[in-house]
Write a protein of this length. Structure first.
Length: 250
């Protein structure tokens, strides 16, 4: 792969997953999209660093663990333009709207959050906040929080793995469908496992396995109900993975 393609993949990853200003990629194809998803954990490093800083600063500024966690979650949400939360809401609404595939996809396209979407966002944000609050008083909780933010984005490699079908040929997620080779997904998972072990020992590995299982269940449900995954499902996967990781290490 050329340096130009890697640069385009980096710009695509940062521009898609964060609110950090970056030049648009010069060219996007399936290969560039796949590399962008592999780079996702690195692309969010600045956001992870800010979350870690908030968690580290909270107790030293006599801010309560809960308030610190709320600020950290809000910072992460703003740093990603609430993009993944929007996907979570749309996915929840689509999967609960109707047993008709086309009706469900139409609901997901509207962008308006329905009852199921609102409940899903509240529950997932609540789980993330509770998990982060438990890390605030831990001496190395700030590091764990930052690492888990990056690890949660690693699930995108699995969601974009070859063999996972797309629900429709158009839309934001269509370019990423099947763009990551399975050996690359396995490599990302292995690195994630090492990081989780280093920051949280057994509970970190348990959290990673739980996050993978939850995202796999979400993917299977999307394939059965929608015929495949969409960009919204990718966002939902990131959010539920982070919630699962944080709750598991709390």
């Amino acid at each position: 792969m050329s340096w130009t393609a890697v640069r385009d993949a980096w710009r695509l990853s940062v521009g898609t997953l964060t609110a950090i200003p970056v030049r648009p990629p010069g060219h996007v194809d399936r290969t560039v999209a796949g590399v962008a998803m592999l780079l996702a954990p690195l692309a969010v490093l600045p956001l992870a660093a800010v979350v870690a800083l908030v968690v580290w600063t909270g107790p030293r500024a006599d801010v309560s663990p809960l308030a610190t966690a709320v600020v950290a979650v809000a910072t992460l949400t703003l740093g990603s333009r609430a993009f993944h939360l929007d996907g979570l809401a749309d996915t929840a609404d689509g999967l609960t709207a109707s047993y008709d595939r086309e009706r469900s996809l139409a609901v997901m396209r509207t962008g308006a959050a329905g009852p199921a979407g609102v409940v899903a966002v509240v529950l997932v944000l609540g789980a993330q906040t509770a998990g982060l609050a438990s890390l605030v008083l831990d001496d190395h909780g700030w590091l764990t929080a930052g690492v888990l933010v990056c690890v949660s984005r690693g699930v995108l490699a699995g969601l974009c793995s070859r063999g996972v079908p797309g629900a429709r040929p158009d839309g934001l997620g269509a370019t990423f469908v099947g763009s990551v080779a399975r050996p690359a997904t396995a490599a990302v998972t292995a690195v994630a496992a090492v990081l989780c072990w280093l920051v949280a020992s057994v509970s970190g590995l348990v959290g990673l396995v739980a996050a993978i299982l939850v995202v796999a269940a979400l993917t299977a449900r999307a394939v059965r109900r929608l015929g495949g995954v969409t960009g919204d499902v990718y966002g939902a996967g990131v959010e539920v993975a982070l919630a699962t990781l944080l709750v598991s290490v709390s």
